[in-house]
Ligand binder design. Structure first.
Ligand code: BES
Ligand code: MN
Ligand code: ZN
Length: 497
């Protein structure tokens, strides 16, 4: 996609399709809407009077060959109540229109912001356009493999040249962030046979080379040398060997402590000997979505040139049943030395995160955030609407909450109480990996807490939000890429805690 920027009235834009916005209206008022109405030969007034269009969220009014306008097609998008207009209104409106034939059949389009001159609106609009039209075509053949979206260039426009630089900066930022989120979707959608831990490591190395960060890979021998017994215990059931990915982006001053991101990279979770039911088991190719968010965030941070040192740690493994697999009741020794009684081999994510969190100490991090599809129980807490978070530092949690507010990747903080910690104690080892059904998401957090170092830590459980079940304005059905916008926002505003 080619991006252009222009200042001037919407009528002067020569692109095939021009997009404009309005909040809810009862009649055609204001200079901007009146211009559109005149161009449409009173067509807007008629649509409003008939009740066909009133600027409600999700509405699209389409005018063909508006008189005096240089474009062949004018689309007016509803943003909903003026009191509730926010960046996400633009993300949603653009997400919706991104699949609309009046846009996808055009080769060139322009987005005119009119009176809406907030940077965040520009950025969100650019994000929505890319996020809404995402489709994975790699596995289609023949005609179905062809992208029917003909759009090749988009001009972002304002009434005058005054805020053009702000527009350009915000659109570029939105483009980079949305592309990061698309990368996460693409990785998470990739079937497990095409994204084994080894292939995943190879992809990460390619990305590191392309975008300018370091990527070191520990193979099974190096993982054993690190005594990552919890990770190896998960990996041992599979014929595919595990990998441990270490990403380093040095955008900050030399010697500045890094912020570490840890992502669960289970490339397929069958449950192991505690085998999952076969219904929807195919979705477990996405059990590496947390790590996809981490890898994609590091890519995004590098592309944005953030002035911060960032480390990304990704334990990548399959969780499979076999004659060599971990059996319920087995005890493994984690890298930290704590012993873990494996009650349920399907509680594998916390095991690989335990060793990865402990490994984070090697980088003397100023804070650590882990992202993981950890517990199905998240579905019963916030549903598909947001991700539960927990941790040991209120300031860090508040930053994540603020980032969630700004990006509309929603989170909600849960507590960890001693009752939950007690759940994770074993009779014969230090810990159990499953403390029963009660408070599953918190119990998993209480387990992870045993492996953190002396640093602020937060855990984001994306088990429900990583997969959009039906399709929303800018999140088509499938892998959502949740976490990239949120983490990028948190890192972009980073200050010492
Ligand atoms: N990867 C799953 C969590 C999951 C479930 C993600 C459904 C997305 C959709 C995780 O490894 C798991 O199996 N967790 C168990 C933990 C239990 C055995 C303590 C769970 O949530 O049931
Ligand atoms: Mn599992
Ligand atoms: Zn899992």
């Amino acid at each position: 996609m080619k991006y252009d920027f222009a200042g001037g009235p919407a009528g002067s834009l020569t692109d095939d399709t021009v997009i404009c916005f309005t909040t809810e209206i009862k009649n055609v008022a204001g200079k901007f809407l009146k211009e559109i109405d005149v161009a449409a030969g009173g067509g807007l007034t008629r649509l409003v009077e008939s009740g066909e269009f009133s600027g409600k969220e999700g509405e699209i009014a389409s005018f063909v060959s508006p008189a005096e306008f240089a474009t062949g097609r004018l689309l007016l998008l509803g943003l909903g109540s003026p009191k509730k207009v926010a960046a996400d209104s633009f993300r949603r409106a653009m997400g919706l229109v991104s699949r609309y034939k009046g846009l996808t059949k055009a080769q060139t389009a322009a987005v005119h912001f009119g009176e809406f001159t907030d940077r965040d609106y520009f950025q969100a609009a650019a994000e929505g356009l890319l996020l809404g039209s995402f489709r994975l075509l790699d596995y289609k053949t023949g005609e179905a493999a062809e992208n029917d979206n003909r759009l090749t260039s988009v001009t972002f426009a304002l009434p005058d040249k005054k805020r053009l630089r702000a527009l350009q900066g915000a659109v570029e930022r939105g483009q980079i962030i949305a592309e990061g989120q698309l990368l996460a979707r693409r990785l998470a959608s990739t079937p497990a046979n095409d994204l084994t831990p080894r292939k995943y490591a190879g992809k990460a190395q390619q990305l590191a080379k392309k975008f300018g960060f370091k990527c070191k890979i520990l193979d099974e021998k190096a993982i054993a040398a690190e005594k990552m017994g919890a990770l190896l215990g998960v990996a041992q059931g599979s014929v595919e060997p595990p990998r441990f990915l270490i990403l380093e982006y040095d955008g900050g001053k030399a010697g500045q402590k890094p912020v570490a991101l840890v992502g669960k990279g289970v490339t397929f979770d069958s449950g192991g000997i505690s085998l999952k039911p076969s219904l929807n088991m195919h979705e477990m190719k996405q059990d590496m979505a947390g790590s996809a968010a981490v890898l994609s965030t590091v890519v995004t941070a590098a592309r944005l040139g953030l002035k911060l040192n960032i480390v990304g740690l990704i334990p990548a493994t399959e969780n499979m049943p076999s004659g060599k697999a971990t059996k319920p009741g087995d005890i493994h020794v984690s890298r930290k030395g704590k012993t873990i009684e494996i009650i349920n081999t399907d509680a594998e994510g916390r095991l690989i995160l335990a060793d990865a969190l402990d490994y984070a100490n090697e980088f003397d991090p100023q804070a650590v955030i882990d992202v993981a599809t950890l517990t199905g129980a998240t579905l019963y807490i916030l549903g598909y609407a947001g991700a539960p978070i927990l941790g040991n530092n209120n300031k860090l949690l508040e930053r994540i909450e603020a980032g969630a507010e700004a990006t509309s990747e929603r989170v909600w903080t849960l507590p960890i109480w001693n009752d939950h910690r007690d759940q994770m104690k074993s009779n014969i080892a230090d810990l159990v990996n499953s403390g029963g059904r009660a408070a599953g998401t918190i119990a998993a957090g209480a387990f992870l807490e045993n492996f953190i170092g002396d640093w602020p830590w937060a855990h984001i459980d994306i088990a429900a939000v990583d997969l959009e079940p039906s399709g929303k304005a800018y999140v088509p059905k499938g892998a959502s890429g949740f976490g990239v916008r949120l983490l990028t926002e948190v890192l972009s505003n980073w200050k010492r805690l």
